[in-house]
Design a binder for this molecule. Structure first.
Ligand code: COA
Length: 161
């Protein structure tokens, strides 16, 4: 049976750090569904449709990567899809508390879910979508942090082209 993992996040926007985690996860599962959360817990630069479209473009040649959005709780999304494996990236130690909390709460809500943590390459340890947006806003070079289509989308948002 095909092993399917769900990689949830806000991806505002996707970065090479996320992509590294997705590529690593494909060594463990057969298919990854990138689940883009539309729940507005922070101000988004890109709409959920824009975020999904950008990720689809990045993985257009990889049939083992699917991209979807979801609005409610992650556990409800997993239940609806009948999926039980969650993939998360673990970067600096500062991620640990939040990830630990998420795992325990999700487990409380649905004890069948298992979370796999993967560490991205060291050079992506300190990237976050916010830092990339800040650099792009200040017209800095972001080509080492995000793929070309994401770079173009950021330039369009901040510099109008
Ligand atoms: N490389 C680069 N950056 C990474 C990264 C990686 N491997 N992993 C995470 N990040 C960045 C993200 O871009 C994000 O940056 P930002 O805060 O500047 O935007 C930051 O680290 C936090 O990312 P992440 O930990 O993935 O959180 P998130 O806010 O993107 O996603 C959800 C969290 C969506 C998975 C979680 O809130 C959720 O499941 N929500 C649904 C509602 C729910 O079920 N709530 C109960 C949860 S217990």
């Amino acid at each position: 049976m095909k092993k399917v993992g769900v990689y949830p996040g806000t991806f505002d926007p996707i970065t090479y750090g996320h992509i590294d985690v997705i590529e690593r996860s494909l060594k463990i599962v057969d298919e990854v569904i990138i689940a883009v959360s539309g729940f507005k817990k922070k101000d988004f630069l890109f709409s959920v449709e824009e975020r999904v479209a950008m990720i689809k473009e990045v993985f257009k040649n990889n049939e083992n990567v699917k991209v979807e959005s979801f609005d409610g709780l992650l556990v409800d999304y997993l239940k609806k899809k009948n999926l039980k494996i969650v993939i998360r990236g673990l970067r600096a130690i500062s991620d640990f508390d939040y990830e630990f909390q998420m795992v325990l709460i999700n487990r409380k809500l649905n004890k069948e879910i298992e979370t796999i943590f993967l560490m991205p390459r060291e050079e992506y340890f300190y990237i976050s979508s916010s830092i990339v947006k800040e650099i792009a806003k200040l017209n800095g070079n972001i080509s080492c942090f995000v793929p070309k289509n994401v770079e173009q989308a950021l330039r369009k948002k901040f510099q109008g082209g």
